[in-house]
Ligand binder design. Structure first.
Ligand code: AMP
Length: 611
């Protein structure tokens, strides 16, 4: 039996209660946020009403950009002269992402400029000369501008360090210290970090005053009855992935979760356009409409409910076959709440999560937090979907034949058979009934994310046999703490005081971050090298070479490698392999013209000229 809890739907009151202004609330409504995330609840009131510095422990994907961005936009007013706030981030991708997110609720019309390595410095100089209010930059390039005196930090009132531990991993800490020492005016420092290694604490002690520590406490929840799987799929392919899943599951009855109202509306209308029976539920939907929608869902006239986390609260409908996380939830607790809607009343359900490349990192944290086995699977192919549909039609046909419920159609069948052969009539009828649903071309191609992967990365860990590790124990640690699966861990080598292993390139950043989060004594892991190609032999060779070169140096900070990593992250070097300098110099010399035999006409012409 289903019970509907008639909790009043949320509006923006919760955001309002944090002290945000009406203008900002309008911008939040446009973005389709329903409730503040945990880190926003903690941070926003502090930023708006207190004066202290803040250290907030928050993982990526938990809404931390809005946690500092919304108050910043409210507190600052546009001057378009020298920057009033600066946000330091580890990578150019993040610089762009944060700039975009800030722009999306920039009701104060602040001039916001991303400043990162790899982009034209001239363009950035022009941008800074025109006047900016907020700079979002990577440390190396920001420092570069400070040294050129093109970036004036004398008026800074807010400094945000975003993903501070990641900046530490990438060797940016000295740059950050230099930037902080260049800031002479009184300012607040807001530091966000997923983990709190000692070096970050030391940074805080050296450069921050009257610090308030904010941390979202996580609880452990169980998720036993649910089969949990995930698919790696680009953001733009998620809807096609969803329809494939719905189509292979004849009795699909599930909730599709989106993080925003805008997302719910879009998914619902795209599903309905494609002929699916879907309804959307979010905070802007009135109580009476909500009741009607839930009524239809309970009666199964609608088998797909698209909802935000808030809207799904209080719906107690059991026996869902599926919960689909179209976008990742804000935190692990929400994930557990979402998927807890399947697998109720002792029935096993399936929770499916779509992970786009930009969600990989957050997903890594989530997997570690919930300690559940979420398996990576591949999407059904168009051929699989069509084969399943055909079988279903055959089964349904068999049922009708068995139950003899076709008799009233018999005279028409006889009539048709007078004009056409049975194959023709049947084929035409199938076409009429299913249109082009049984055609594989009906399912657009979903590009594999694998093609983006640049092989494997070798990670080096400052733990070895001396610390009681052998290969088995190390693999266990990587699985338990970093959520890696057995096949993802290769070429494990455990030396006396360090170890190496190769892992998938796209997981490397997370894994290093997670390992470093385990240590109280500074970073213990780093990405040593990206192993190009997928051939095992090459990977093994690289791994051996890396291991050799590590023998002496592992416990020391390898500045050279770090700064190379730094440059790459900031974008001053492309991630493509570059030939050794010597070779490149040679290659860049103008090539000698190749000697070739002259044609008869050319020989004649030469003789003429020589004469
Ligand atoms: P971030 O952790 O800042 O990278 O944010 C991750 C994603 O969550 C972004 O797409 C944000 O727009 C979105 N987001 C931030 N706050 C909220 C919220 N309160 N409700 C729904 N989505 C949010």
């Amino acid at each position: 039996m289903s019970v509907i809890n008639t909790t009043p739907m949320s509006n923006l009151d919760e955001f309002k209660a944090l002290g945000l202004s009406d203008d900002i609330l309008e911008a939040i409504a446009r973005k389709g946020f329903e409730t503040p995330s945990a880190i926003q609840r903690l941070t926003i009131p502090h930023l708006l009403s207190e004066e202290c510095d803040i250290i907030a422990q928050a993982q990526t994907g938990t809404g931390k950009t809005a946690a500092f961005g919304l108050p910043l936009v409210q507190l600052l007013s546009a001057r378009r002269t020298v920057p009033q706030a600066i946000v330091l981030v580890p990578t150019r991708e993040l610089a762009l992402q944060v700039t975009q997110e800030l722009q999306s609720f920039n009701t104060s019309e602040l001039a916001i400029a991303p400043i990162y390595g790899g982009a034209s410095i001239e363009e950035q100089l022009r941008r800074l000369r025109r006047g900016v209010d907020v700079v979002v930059g990577t440390p190396g390039r920001v420092l570069d501008h400070i040294r050129r005196t093109s970036l004036d930090l004398s008026q800074i009132s807010h400094l945000v360090l975003d993903e501070a531990d990641e900046m530490l991993n990438m060797g940016f800490i000295e740059d950050i210290e230099s930037i902080m020492s260049a800031m002479t005016s009184p300012h607040r420092v807001l530091l966000f970090s997923a983990t709190m290694p000692d070096r970050i604490r030391a940074l805080a002690e050296g450069f921050m005053h009257d610090v308030e520590h904010l941390k979202v406490e996580s609880q452990t929840l169980t998720t036993e009855l649910t089969n949990q799987i995930y698919f790696e799929v680009r953001e733009g392919d998620k809807l096609d992935a969803l329809t494939r899943i719905i189509d292979v599951e004849p009795d699909f009855y599930g909730i599709v979760f989106s993080r925003t109202k805008v997302g719910v509306d879009e998914i619902t209308s795209r599903l309905t356009e494609r002929g699916y029976s879907a309804e959307g539920l979010h905070g802007d939907i009135s109580q009476s409409v909500r009741e009607k929608i839930l009524g239809k869902f309970r009666a199964r006239t609608v088998n797909i409910l698209v909802a935000t986390d808030v809207a799904a609260r209080g719906i107690d409908i059991s026996n869902l076959t599926h919960v689909i996380n179209y976008s990742l939830p804000q935190d692990s607790e929400s994930y557990v709440h979402r998927i807890g809607r399947t697998g109720r009343a002792g029935q096993q359900g399936t929770a499916i999560t779509f992970i786009s490349p930009s969600e990989m990192r957050q997903f890594g944290f989530l997997r570690r937090d919930i300690k559940a086995d979420i398996k990576l699977e591949t999407l059904p192919t168009p051929a699989d979907v069509v084969a399943i549909k055909r079988n279903k039609i055959k089964e349904d046909l068999f049922q009708i034949v068995q139950s003899e419920t076709y008799t009233e159609c018999a005279p028409m069948a006889e009539e048709l058979l007078e004009s056409y052969s049975p194959e023709v009539v049947l084929s035409a009828l199938l076409r009429l009934a299913f249109n082009n649903e049984l055609s594989e071309s009906n399912y657009p191609e979903i590009r594999s994310i694998n093609v983006d992967r640049k092989g494997k990365s070798c990670i080096v860990m400052a733990i070895g046999a001396r610390d009681g590790y052998d290969c088995r124990r190390l693999v266990k640690l990587l699985k338990r703490e970093c959520g890696l699966a057995d096949p993802e861990i290769n070429h494990v080598k455990v030396m006396e005081d360090y170890s190496t292993a190769t892992i998938p390139f796209e997981r490397a950043r997370d894994v290093v971050q997670m390992l470093n989060g385990l240590s109280d004594q500074g970073p213990i892991a780093e990405i040593r090298e990206q192993v190009r190609g997928t051939k095992q032999g090459r990977a093994a060779r690289n791994s051996r070479r890396i291991a050799k070169s590590q023998e002496k140096a592992v416990t020391k900070t390898d500045r050279k490698a770090r700064s190379a990593g730094k440059r790459q992250a900031e974008g001053s070097h492309s991630s493509e392999y570059k030939a050794p300098k010597k070779g490149r110099d040679k290659a860049s010399k103008p090539a000698k013209p190749a000697s070739r035999k002259l044609s008869r006409r050319e020989q004649k012409e030469q003789r003429r000229r020589n004469r």
